[in-house]
Design a binder for this molecule. Structure first.
Ligand SMILES: *[C@@H]1O[C@H](CO)[C@@H](O)[C@H](O)[C@H]1NC(C)=O
Ligand SMILES: *[C@@H]1O[C@H](CO)[C@@H](O)[C@H](O)[C@H]1NC(C)=O
Ligand SMILES: *[C@@H]1O[C@H](CO)[C@@H](O)[C@H](O)[C@H]1NC(C)=O
Ligand SMILES: *[C@@H]1O[C@H](CO)[C@@H](O)[C@H](O)[C@H]1NC(C)=O
Length: 355
């Protein structure tokens, strides 16, 4: 079946006929011709502008050609041109803004960001067969681009929901303001991009997920880029990295630190001497086997008022009292806490004697 006959066939829509013809073309040997190339002018286009997608090295002895949206879908035709009858036909995805010329060029007026994507130019040879497919990626930039720099008020970010998770809980690493026009998204355990640390990847075009070597069976990725971690353990604490690969092969990395807390255990309070004389000094130490915890001191079951005679170690785990006074006598306790739990030590009494 020839495209020409299809174009003139009665009772069927020319576009359907063309598609039927194209779908019959499977095992046709290609004649060697110079490679058809496509070009966008201007090369960078901003929404609201016009763009010309032009064709170079158009072969001889052809009867028509067409432009399609996407790389493989024959149903997403924009326009088809018959050289024999010098007519142009609109395809199913023609937006009303495209004009197809006899030299192959496609003129798109007043482009929008939705026009971004792959455009495929297909040539029909004199046997009515598709002779070549050539693809171009058109990226319509946002009009928020100012002075050559992207005006990007919303950088992609990752948020941990909840902010802090306890062991055996679930946490969603939620991605915000993911750029459009991504090809692939990858998640890695850690701050480095290493193959063996890849958890999962998502290919937007195929809408498919592939698990990586670092997938533990507890991670689920969504097409929004977000990653759900279930039944987390303390060992899941650390950095996670999202790598995005755009349709133009630009790479971006976004990191997040995940804190998995386990409930704290009871700390133990020790004192250098439990009976001291006035003016001497004493050191309390709060011993905890939890890491990443905060420590608070209690005196007579109240928050300790730290005076100029007292010093706390940088991590708060030691309390030193210089020049002890009678009023320092009483019960001391320390409390360790993290965002999900807290535990208080048993009390330790300090007695203060006169010299
Ligand atoms: C062109 O693309 C269509 C759709 O993907 C395919 O069926 C056809 O075989 C391709 N033809 C050539 C010559 O590459
Ligand atoms: C194709 O034709 C259009 C309209 O006449 C013209 O603007 C464009 O420059 C031509 N392109 C080439 C590559 O000749
Ligand atoms: C361009 O398209 C926008 C909507 O996408 C519309 O508001 C505007 O009027 C159009 N401009 C022209 C010149 O057609
Ligand atoms: C969570 O993990 C622990 C051990 O890692 C396992 O015993 C438990 O069954 C898991 N729970 C769920 C809900 O998967």
């Amino acid at each position: 079946m020839e495209v020409s006959s299809v174009l003139l066939c009665s009772g069927c829509s020319p576009w359907q006929g063309f598609l039927l013809t194209a779908s019959l073309l499977t095992s046709w040997l290609l004649p060697t011709t110079a490679q058809v190339t496509l070009e966008s002018s201007p090369p960078q286009v901003v929404e609201g502008e016009n763009v010309l997608l032009s064709v170079d090295n158009m072969p001889e002895n052809i009867i028509g050609f067409g432009w399609f949206k996407g790389e493989t879908d024959m149903n997403r035709g924009i326009a088809l041109y018959s050289l024999r009858y010098t007519i142009s036909l609109m395809g199913p995805v023609h937006s009303g803004r495209e004009t197809l010329y006899g030299n192959g060029s496609l003129w798109i007026k007043n482009v929008t960001q939705e026009d971004t994507g792959f455009y495929t130019f297909r040539i029909i040879n004199k046997h009515g067969k598709i002779q070549s497919n050539t693809t171009l990626f058109l990226h319509v930039k946002s009009s928020l681009f100012v002075c050559g720099h992207p005006f990007n008020p919303e950088q992609p970010t990752i948020e941990s929901v909840p902010v802090s998770v306890s062991e055996w809980g679930s946490v969603l690493l939620r991605v915000h303001h993911l750029p459009n026009y991504l090809r692939t998204l990858f998640w890695y355990r850690g701050a480095l991009v290493l193959n063996k640390l890849e958890i999962v990847r998502y290919r937007t075009f195929k809408d498919s997920y592939e698990l990586g070597p670092a997938h533990s069976g507890r991670e689920t990725m969504f097409n929004t880029g977000s990653l759900l971690l279930q039944n987390v353990t303390w060992k899941d604490t650390g950095f996670y990295t999202l790598r995005t690969l755009s349709t133009e092969f630009n790479v971006e990395l976004i990191h997040i630190y995940l804190q998995v807390n386990k409930p704290v255990t009871q700390p133990i309070l020790r004192v250098t001497e439990s009976i001291v004389t006035v003016q001497s000094s004493v050191v309390f130490t709060c011993l905890s086997d939890n890491t990443g915890v905060s420590i608070r001191w209690l005196f007579k079951n109240q928050n300790l008022q730290v005076t100029e005679r007292m010093t706390l170690s940088p991590s708060n785990c030691q309390l030193r009292i210089h020049a002890v006074r009678k009023k320092d006598a009483g019960q001391y306790r320390c409390e360790v806490f993290n965002p999900i739990s807290s535990k208080t030590s048993l009390p330790v009494s300090l007695a203060v004697m006169n010299e």
